[in-house]
Design a protein around this ligand. Structure first.
Ligand SMILES: [Zn+2]
Length: 426
């Protein structure tokens, strides 16, 4: 039994214990206990080997058909859309996004919306929903006033498939035998930088491409689409909401209520399996580390939530039109919400509500501060708001003094373990 083992055990057990009460009646988060290897589907999974075979949207596309669909949209609607390559997967498949923009070149400043699906390669419902959404937005332009207005007023980016190696794990010609992980066996939704507990964990190639793409844009609202449950999962995933609530907690609840109302107009039997309301703060369901949602919120000022679209991760292909019938009104409504966003945040807004297990005095301070509490042996850092580290030391006992004399007046962040406090130098 190494120290590492015990540390791992504690990391595993503490969130389970702390969630025991709240999750007693709740369906376990499928993301929390992934199967070691996915079973090969024995169900009806029809594949479209040509774009024409996707006409009724009751098949999954082969990898080549998917690429051909993206190419054809850009060719058919050159004034409305273009294909972006976000990056490539380990096995060299393309991670693509379709950028839809009505009236391009008019110099309008439109807010940027991002949808991304199937970061878990076997959760394929969202993959087809996103392809059909692209087709609907493009083919309705000029005929459907509501969708035309939406496309003309919003920069929409849709990445239907974030983990192509996982989805086409067995072959480019089928999504049967798809798997959750990338080609290196890595869970891509556990390996984004965690703003609340930075580590030196290496970032997989697919995620680095996504990080670079997010950095090159200014997405303000987005969703990461999954399967295995049906629920709107809003931030944070890293904490239970009683430990740290998102500063826009009330806004999230309000828009989730509206989205679920929209969905329930079309189907009453869906989005009830995790919570009665159809939505939940991620950490109240299950705390995870390294998910994309928290990363996007914290580092890119992008309000991202996780939408679990279907209880079955890979529905029979002939069920896909039924999913579309009740999911699409909600998916479209969510894009429209980019025009009703709360004000932007800085990292200080995210951290300030964090319940702390140590205290600092005096604060505001002039020449020094003293940190006390359960910080002995822990790494203690003082940084600027922008994240530049100014002091780094190990707290040897329960009281540690930090000299502030050479610092300018302003606001700083003190981090001990996973706890953060705002420090004001007078
Ligand atoms: Zn998932």
């Amino acid at each position: 039994m190494t120290k590492r083992f015990w540390k791992k055990l504690i990391i595993l057990v503490i969130p389970v214990l702390s969630n025991l009460h709240s999750s007693a009646q709740m369906k376990p988060r499928p993301d929390a206990f992934p199967p070691v290897e996915e079973q090969v589907g024995s169900k009806s999974t029809l594949m479209a080997t040509t774009v024409e075979e996707m006409a009724a949207w009751d098949r999954y596309p082969t990898y080549d058909t998917y690429q051909e669909m993206m190419r054809q949209w850009a060719e058919t609607y050159p004034d409305l859309c273009s294909v972006d390559t976000i990056g490539t997967s380990i096995q060299g498949r393309l991670i693509l996004a379709l950028h839809i923009e009505g009236n391009p070149g008019e110099g309008l400043s439109r807010p940027q919306f991002f949808y991304s699906s199937t970061i878990h390669g076997d959760e394929v419902t969202g993959y087809v929903m996103m392809l059909r959404l692209i087709d609907t937005l493009l083919s309705s332009h000029g005929t459907d006033q509501r969708l035309t207005d939406l496309v003309n007023s919003t920069d929409i980016y849709i990445n239907p498939l974030a983990n192509p190696d996982g989805t086409y794990w067995r072959s480019d010609n089928t999504v049967q035998g798809s798997r959750r992980y990338n080609a290196n066996g890595i869970d891509l939704n556990r390996t984004f930088p965690n703003p609340f507990a930075p580590t030196a964990k290496s970032v997989p190639q697919e995620n680095q491409a996504m990080i670079d793409y997010a950095a090159a844009h200014s997405f303000r609202l987005s969703a990461n689409l999954h399967g295995g449950a049906e629920v709107l999962n809003y931030p944070w995933d890293s904490f239970r909401s009683d430990v740290l609530a998102h500063p826009d907690n009330e806004w999230w609840k309000e828009i989730c209520r509206e989205l679920i109302d929209t969905l329930h107009t079309y189907s009453h039997s869906h989005f009830c399996d995790v919570s009665n309301s159809g939505y939940i703060a991620g950490g109240d369901w299950y705390v995870i580390d390294g998910g994309r949602q928290d990363y996007m919120n914290y580092y890119h000022n992008c309000l991202e939530m996780t939408i679990e679209l279907s209880t079955v991760k890979n529905p029979d292909s002939d069920q896909l039109p039924e999913y579309w019938s009740f999911l699409s009104p909600m998916l479209i409504r969510y894009i429209e919400m980019i025009h009703h966003l709360p004000a932007s945040h800085t990292s200080i807004d995210y951290l300030s509500p964090l319940a702390s297990h140590f205290s600092v005095y005096p604060n505001p301070a002039t020449d020094h501060i003293t940190a006390s509490g359960t910080c002995g042996g822990q790494q203690l850092t003082l940084s600027s708001i922008e994240g530049r580290i100014l002091r780094k030391l190990t707290a040897h006992d329960s009281v540690t003094t930090i000299d502030l004399n050479d610092l300018q007046r302003g606001v700083y962040l003190l981090r001990i373990g996973n706890n953060n406090l705002k420090i004001i130098k007078q």
